[in-house]
Design a protein around this ligand. Structure first.
Ligand code: GLN
Ligand code: ZN
Length: 769
């Protein structure tokens, strides 16, 4: 890097930071407030303290411009709904009476009022509350929160930049309010929303903001010409305001594509772009529009979604290229650091050598500061950091953890034949019918039974050393006995062992597979006060020994009915973990699939005739852009088939998925070639059964007849009615009877009653056949 690069000193900045605090103080304070143990003032004080501590830490780490307004008591999209006054009618009185309680009521609902719907934030595992808009929505500006948080940061004498969800993304994330025709397009409200944004950015300027950031991640998805026009109009109008701060329009989670020329032409003052996975596409597109003369470019070169140490030299080279395309280049993470854990330095159980490969929020902050320094002052100013980085990257690249020759050889040797069952479906179906001898409309469950407080206590006791492994396993066996005996009495046909031994359907397997890392403190916000600790796919994956066989075999020893073995599929294992960035996802998926294949085969060898491989995450992992989907679906399908194709024809492979809509992946469901699929369907009145039928789906299916999301017990009449609806689409020879999903979140009383009704419904409808 030459000294000319230093013309304008590059700044280090961020779009957002984990909210929870080092010991999840925010979660504890909010949940305490809900229970009445923490006052509103105490909660506010905790929150303000965490914000201050974060900003101070960022500044001390060399972040020149800190984000504000990214903090949230629950969700930043809900905060945006409050900011633009789009409170749904049913919540308005409560919000007017008490801002905080009304806010939580929108997030969580009350006895009388339903919350806003929650859904995934793009392709992350964070969930936001969906704005509900209608043709009469009147927006009003409420900049209180944004202004207050900006002032807090300014009071610490920091340079601060408020970060807002942009108006186009806000509308694109919204849905028609209940009762409004579904074809109502919230984007038609743009002209009404823009003046509100104008007022808010003016307030922020008056409060001392030089720059305001408007996040438009929705522009990294496929967009219609009309939507691109809306974006053009939005930033033409906001850019044309006279009394405004400088505007930085931020995009992340991928390439801008057709939206890039639109934003490049807009009269705004800066763009923030993702230069991690989307680096090449965004670089080309920037070059094609002739760069961003006169504009600030914030370069997201540090991946805000993975936990891997940055390749500083590669990032510097990207930044160097960008200097030729813009007058001012600043350094940032590709997106808010909300999606990564706080501090890898808190981990005690990870080998020191491996720990150095990891970068959580705190470490990423340091990387950004280092890169900004290198960009401004030349690489000579960061030689120590570069040398250490080279050492860490080399240690990762050459480690036996990341390169296990046996695993690699096996993955390379996979052939197409390994992904095919020994017989086509029709032959298998006949063999399975003979082998299993099930009645028409066989009944089963999805796997888990209630995870009682006792089970969680037993696990905590084991962790704390209060009980030994033998004592713990005895409790698990007792639970399995109870679950099996209940299912026999209730009259279910294919039983499960109940998954009592599993803390989580991904973590349980991750803990047993070589190449996976678990963290002690790697919490990431899933929604509201719910945090998850995704395991890390760090190295080549292998299975040192069987993971589930003894529990399934134990359950099978207690009954003469078939017990279904229960595994988490390769796609879901990847989707709910941090994945490797040093090899294609397809390769990681193949390694996981091979480990699972061994488990499937071992289950079969131990006498298991029915094996379910769950893939609830298959659809949510679909790439944001349609063009990227075929490649994903190809490896996802291959991985599932690889894990399930090693069994005999008379062994029945089940899979399970749970989401509201399947329309766009029916072909994929077909391609998985599972013998039976169970799906969520109760709330949509068996919609998926019709979709499968319309597609000509040839195999067996169990659209759920029991909505397990609520404690409500479906009556026999109700379950039977759903079954009859299912029968209109799927013939009795291929229809299964089961709940929508696992029962781990339910209590025993409602589980018992609901499953008894489900069996009664199946019997009643069998009589009618
Ligand atoms: N077998 C798992 C269970 O029953 C499936 C869970 C899921 O689909 N999320 O809990
Ligand atoms: Zn499910």
């Amino acid at each position: 890097m030459t000294a000319k690069s230093a013309a304008a000193a590059a700044r280090a900045t961020l779009y957002g930071y984990p909210r929870q605090g080092p010991n999840r103080e925010l979660k504890k304070a909010i949940e305490g407030y809900w229970k009445g143990r923490v006052t509103a003032d105490a909660l506010r004080a905790t929150a303000a303290g965490l914000r201050r501590a974060n900003w101070r830490q960022l500044a001390a780490a060399g972040i020149d411009e800190v984000p504000t307004g990214d903090f949230s008591y629950y969700d930043h999209v809900l905060d945006t709904t409050v900011m633009v006054g789009a409170i749904p009618a049913r919540h308005r009185d409560a919000v007017a009476a008490d801002g905080l309680d009304g806010y939580f009521a929108m997030a969580r609902g009350t006895r009388d009022v339903a919350p806003l719907e929650m859904t995934k934030w793009f392709d992350t595992n964070y969930h936001y509350l969906v704005p509900e808009l209608d043709p009469d929505t009147v927006f009003t500006a409420d900049s209180t929160k944004q202004v207050a948080e900006l002032k807090e940061a300014l009071a610490l004498s920091l340079t601060a930049r408020p970060v807002l969800v942009g108006p186009v993304t806000y509308l694109l994330l919204a849905k028609p309010a209940p009762g409004v025709p579904v074809d109502f397009d919230p984007l038609t409200l743009l002209d009404r929303l823009l003046p509100v944004y104008a007022e808010i950015v003016a307030d922020l300027r008056a409060a001392g903001a030089e720059w305001v950031q408007l996040d438009e991640p929705a522009l990294t998805q496929d967009r219609t010409p009309a939507e691109l026009n809306a974006a053009a109009r939005a930033y033409r109008d906001l850019g044309a305001l006279t009394d405004r701060p400088k505007l930085l329009v931020a995009s992340y989670f991928g390439r801008l594509g057709d939206a890039l020329p639109v934003l490049a032409k807009a009269p705004v003052d800066g763009l923030a772009l993702d230069f991690t996975e989307a680096a090449a596409a965004n670089l080309d597109a920037l070059a094609a529009v002739g760069g961003l003369p006169g504009k600030r470019l914030v370069a997201g070169v540090v991946n805000g979604r993975n936990i891997w140490v940055n390749d500083l030299e590669k990032s510097l080279s990207t930044l160097g290229t960008l200097l030729g395309l813009s007058d001012r280049v600043d350094v940032a993470a590709s997106c808010s650091l909300l999606h990564v854990p706080l501090d890898s330095g808190a981990e005690r159980d990870i080998e020191p050598q491996i720990l150095r490969w990891l970068a959580f929020a705190r470490q990423k902050t340091a990387e950004i500061a280092t890169l900004a320094k290198g960009l401004s002052q030349g690489t000579g100013a960061i030689t120590g950091e570069l040398a250490a980085n080279r050492t860490d990257l080399a240690s990762r690249a050459s480690s036996p953890v990341t390169h296990d020759p046996a695993v690699r050889a096996r993955a390379t040797a996979v052939t197409d034949a390994d992904t095919r069952r020994s017989q086509p479906y029709t032959g298998r179906a006949a063999a399975q019918r003979a082998h299993l001898g099930l009645p028409l409309l066989p009944t089963t469950t999805i796997g888990s039974f209630p995870q009682t407080g006792e089970l969680r206590t037993a696990r905590a006791d084991l962790r704390a050393g209060r009980i030994g492994t033998a004592g713990y396993e005895e409790r698990i066996r007792a639970e399995i006995q109870e679950v099996i005996s209940f299912q026999e009495k209730a009259g279910l046909d294919v039983l499960v062992h109940g998954e009592a031994e599993r803390n989580d359907m991904v973590q349980y397997f991750a803990e047993q597979l070589t190449g996976y890392l678990a963290t002690q403190h790697g919490w990431v916000q899933s929604y509201g006060t719910r945090y998850v600790r995704p395991p890390i796919l760090a190295g080549d994956i292998s299975r040192p020994e069987p993971m589930t066989v003894r529990w399934t075999a134990y359950a099978q020893s207690l009954t003469s009915r078939p017990v279904k073995g229960m595994l988490t599929g390769p796609v879901t294992m990847l989707a709910w973990s941090f994945v490797r960035d040093d090899q294609p996802l397809a390769e990681t998926a193949r390694q996981v699939a091979l480990a699972l294949r061994d488990e499937v085969n071992d289950l079969e060898a131990s006498g298991t005739s029915v094996i379910q491989v769950d893939e609830p995450a298959l659809r949510e992992t679909l790439p944001l852009r349609v063009a990227d989907r075929p490649a994903y679906l190809a490896w996802a399908t291959e991985a599932f088939r690889l894990s399930t194709s090693g069994v005999r024809a008379d062994t029945q492979i089940h899979t399970h998925m749970c989401y509201a809509e399947f329309g766009d992946i029916v072909q994929t469901i077909d391609d998985l070639d599972a013998d039976v699929i169970s799906l969520e369907a109760a709330r949509s009145h068996m919609q998926v059964a019709r979709e499968l039928a319309a597609h000509g789906y040839p195999r067996e299916a169990g659209p759920g007849v029991y909505d397990i999301h609520s404690p409500r017990v479906p009556s026999t009449v109700e379950a039977a009615a759903l079954l009859r609806t299912g029968l209109k689409a799927i013939p009795a020879e291929r229809l299964w009877v089961n709940p929508d999903c696992g029962l781990k979140t339910r209590g025993w009383p409602e589980t018992r009653a609901a499953l008894e009704n489900l069996v009664a419904a199946a019997r009643a409808v069998r009589e009618e056949l």
